[in-house]
Design a binder for this molecule. Structure first.
Ligand code: FES
Length: 128
């Protein structure tokens, strides 16, 4: 990994963006990686039509990849449509992170997105 990129990741790890609890979130989901016990909690506020993310934040603990990917993901998702978030996959996260990862680290990278997607499914299954 080149030095500049390593610093970029470490910066997100040490100073995670949107690392806080949101009051009265529409979606609040907690999940963990059973392999290491690291965990992530995601908070989301939706627009009145429940189509877009208007605010999003996270809390939790994890390895550098997990926390950096959560932090970078938060920055990408404000204003994003829920149906687009649902479609996001490993390749999308790799693009956001901008690095290649081994299989075990892909699980770390995917924990924040998977947690959010589970929260979205639960929220909309309760709504209907
Ligand atoms: Fe725990 Fe990466 S080692 S999420």
């Amino acid at each position: 990994m080149d030095e500049i990129y390593r610093e970029h990741l470490l910066d997100h790890y040490k100073n995670p963006r949107r690392f806080k609890e949101l009051k009265d979130p529409d979606i609040h989901k907690h999940d963990s990686n059973p392999l290491c016990g690291d965990d992530i909690e995601i908070f989301v506020k939706l627009d009145t039509k429940k189509e877009k993310i208007t605010d999003i934040s996270f809390k939790g603990q994890g390895c550098v990849i997990c926390i950096s990917s959560a932090s970078m993901l938060m920055e990408e998702l404000v204003g994003k449509k829920i149906n687009e978030v649902n479609k996001m996959q490993t390749e999308d996260m790799l693009k956001i992170l901008g690095i290649e990862l081994t299989h075990s680290r892909i699980k770390c990278m995917m924990l924040p997105l998977k947690t959010l997607q589970k929260g979205i499914v639960e929220y909309f299954s309760k709504e209907n």
